[in-house]
Design a protein around this ligand. Structure first.
Ligand SMILES: [Zn+2]
Ligand SMILES: [Zn+2]
Length: 221
């Protein structure tokens, strides 16, 4: 996912600023990520939710700005290079995925990238991660396999639970990108998920405190 700001200048004045989130599917099957308007695709639900969650919280620190907008769209699916894969562990290396995203997209200060990766990954001393982000940085990633009931050999006849988990993890990692650290409140979306139970227990929203911190942050132009 990419958030970037495009500024149009006229007579040394900022006229228009576009904040955009681009969802970047990585190694994802097209069917799950096709953007259709009937609300069935995960990416469609995710976009709706992220718009609701972040639109009113993203403020721009520029008094001469006459108009600004916040948009979310998707990038074409891609696959990462194999040197980011640990053959011994059969997992991808999350912190290297983040570095690769940063290099590949070359985002500026107002650009944030969130990749939706359909493979398992680990990071440093954690033997797996649901997601990872550069705190206050520009890139984040979430990893789908462990969010599926099938991973735990449990049957799921609905996509609803999976969708909710994807949304929670995406909001959580974006929260990090916007500078939020982990929250002690177990219901807050910024609470650290040590297990899937933690993810299922927490809400998809920020608690009052995290909301306040987020709203007090401003993008620079
Ligand atoms: Zn976290
Ligand atoms: Zn919180």
């Amino acid at each position: 996912m990419l958030i970037f700001a495009k500024v149009v200048y006229l007579k040394d004045q900022y006229l228009y600023l576009l904040m955009q989130i681009i969802i970047q599917p990585i190694s994802c099957s097209a069917s799950e990520f096709e953007h259709n308007s009937n609300g069935n695709s995960i990416v469609y639900s995710l976009i709706q939710h992220l718009l609701k969650t972040f639109r009113d919280k993203v403020s721009i620190d520029n008094s001469s700005l006459q108009y600004s907008s916040f948009q979310i769209s998707t990038a074409a699916a891609t696959i990462p290079p194999t040197y980011l894969y640990d053959r011994r562990r059969k997992q991808w290396i999350s912190n290297r995925i983040l570095d690769w995203l940063l290099q590949n997209n070359n985002p500026d200060d107002n650009m944030k990238v969130l990749a939706i990766c359909d493979f398992d990954a680990y990071s440093d001393e954690l033997n797996f991660v649901f997601g990872e982000a550069h705190l206050g940085g520009r890139v984040a990633a979430i990893y789908l396999p462990r969010l599926r009931e099938e991973f735990y050999v449990r049957k799921s006849d609905t996509n609803k639970l999976f969708k909710q988990r994807v949304i929670k993890e995406a909001v959580h990692e974006l929260g990090h990108v916007f500078g939020l650290t982990h929250c002690e409140k177990s219901k807050c979306v910024m609470h650290f998920s040590n297990s899937l139970q933690d993810t299922d227990f927490k809400d998809h929203k920020f608690c009052e405190r995290c909301n306040k911190i987020l709203k007090s942050r401003q993008f620079k132009t």
